[in-house]
Design a protein around this ligand. Structure first.
Ligand code: KG4
Ligand code: ZN
Length: 466
């Protein structure tokens, strides 16, 4: 950050907000300073891009972040927080110019989960190609971009680092602003690209491999966390169940269980629904995982025998377990969602939508069941298409666009980073502040090394500005 200070004196940084938080709270830097710094180095059409985004910035300041802009921004999004290396180019009017995902399917299948060091290596091997493909497919070069957006957390540090370094290299070479993106905010906001009627405030259920979040999205960067998981996320339970059932993990465990569950009897194995006695909106999937493991052991299923080589009877038992697991795993979502909707409507009666996003939201059974919950409560369900529910670069580019319009970005990094420069990576970074009623004792004991939430940082920088 010190070196960035040399580039532009009135810095802010979404990327580096935290490092400065304890000293001087940064102010959101106005776009004009960056614009005048950058335009001389840009080809003519860039001048136009920057000018148009500057005017939308003023507009958004006046009218709030619920406006949908039809502008000419072109943003590259880079995502490497877990096991997918993804990049995409998106325009400010929501047009997806390209989308590229390289998944680590073989590694997943071989190790039965994400091994951080291997995942880092895999990202490093493909990141250049993935970004190049995204630019080629969009028929653009880096010089045509308005900004680069990149996931800075939460996720695996080793993996985040690969994407952030790539983004900074491009931003430094082409003098582009850079937006540090919260991965879970991106899962929620991509719904606004898909459904242009989706205005703040709305509710979101974000379900992935590492997160199970129920949030009230009040505005860009402002989230109230109604519930979270006290141990594992639902995606982790899908993945482990698939592994123990000897399923083909090359498309990850979720789709494998979803497919097998269609052939099974969902009532056949009596799993108990987690946390029934807790009248809150928190989740727990560790116990259900154990129930699945015990059921598999009691039926003498050998996960060493792949599903395709198992006997017909064995396959039937595995399908029954998959279907029973899925029914109860999703019932847990339904129950907590129902309560969260009631809480959210008490806080913000104007809410009309529930967004369901994250990898597990690509599951058709999950969507159908949640559709029922939402309909019972007279809300509308917004689910991005499956390719935008699982990790992707589009959601990062889009979240970059939404934040960029409000002036929440960093100036271009210097061509040569100083030796003591430390990348701002946020492996444990909550999205919102916890709603008092939803606080879980189990969770508050695990707060070490957690970054201040995105919402706390946004509020702090706004206080500074006013
Ligand atoms: O959001 P995501 O792509 O990555 C993370 O941020 O974690 O979510 C990945 C998770 C994995 O656990 C994967 O098994 C699960 O989403 N998933 C599914 C389905 N597709 C992906 N779970 C259930 N059904 C699916 N069709
Ligand atoms: Zn994700």
């Amino acid at each position: 950050m010190a070196s960035l200070g040399l580039t532009l004196s009135c810095t802010i940084s979404r990327l580096n907000l935290m490092s400065e938080l304890s000293h001087n709270l940064p102010t959101i830097r106005v776009f004009k300073a960056l614009s005048s710094k950058l335009t001389p180095q840009k080809p003519l059409h860039h001048h136009r891009l920057f000018k148009s985004s500057f005017s939308t910035l003023n507009c958004s300041k006046t009218l709030g972040s619920n406006l949908v802009f039809n502008d000419n921004l072109v943003v590259l999004g880079i995502e490497t927080s877990c096991d997918d290396t993804a990049a995409a180019v998106v325009r400010g009017d929501g047009e997806i110019l390209s989308q590229v995902v390289s998944s680590q399917a073989d590694l997943l299948a071989r190790y039965g989960g994400v091994a951080p060091k291997m995942a880092e290596e895999a990202h490093s091997q493909v990141i250049d190609q993935v970004v190049q493909d995204a630019l080629d497919k969009a028929n653009l070069t880096e010089a045509d971009l308005s900004a680069v957006a990149v996931t800075i957390g939460p996720g695996l540090s080793l993996c985040l680092r690969v994407g952030v370094q790539k983004a900074r290299k491009i931003a430094a070479t082409y003098q582009l602003p850079i937006v540090g993106v919260h991965h879970m905010e991106a899962h929620a906001l991509v719904a606004r690209l898909c459904d242009r009627d989706l205005q703040f405030p709305f509710m979101a259920l974000l379900i992935s491999g590492g997160h199970n979040l129920l949030v009230l999205a009040r505005d860009l960067g402002h989230y109230l966390q109604l519930g979270t998981t006290i141990d594992d996320a639902i995606g982790e339970a899908y993945d482990k169940s698939a592994k123990w059932l000897g399923l083909d993990l090359r498309r990850s465990g979720g789709p494998a269980i979803e497919e097998l569950a269609r052939q099974g009897d969902a009532q056949s194995v009596k799993f108990s629904v987690p946390m029934k006695q807790h009248k809150d909106c928190n989740f727990s999937y560790a116990g259900l995982k154990t129930q699945v493991k015990l059921a598999i052991e009691s039926k003498n299923i050998d996960a060493g025998i792949p599903f395709s080589s198992a006997s017909i009877e064995d396959q039937r038992v595995r399908a029954d377990i998959a279907a029973s697991f899925q029914r109860v795993a999703v019932l847990h979502l339904e129950e907590k969602c129902e309560r969260a909707i009631q809480w959210a409507l008490e806080i913000e009666p104007s809410i009309k939508h529930l967004v369901v996003s994250g990898g597990v939201a690509s599951n058709q059974y999950v969507r159908a069941r949640l559709h029922e919950v939402v309909a019972r409560n007279s809300l509308q369900l917004v689910c991005p298409p499956p390719s935008l529910c699982t990790d992707n670069g589009v959601m990062i580019a889009w979240t970059g666009i939404e934040n960029f319009r409000l002036g929440r970005f960093d100036p271009p990094p210097p061509a040569i980073e100083p030796e003591d420069f430390q990348l701002d990576l946020r492996p444990r970074w909550p999205l919102g502040e916890e709603y008092e009623r939803g606080r879980s004792i189990a969770r508050s004991m695990r707060t070490a090394r957690i970054h201040p939430s995105l919402t706390a940082l946004t509020q702090a920088s706004q206080c500074q500005k006013s």
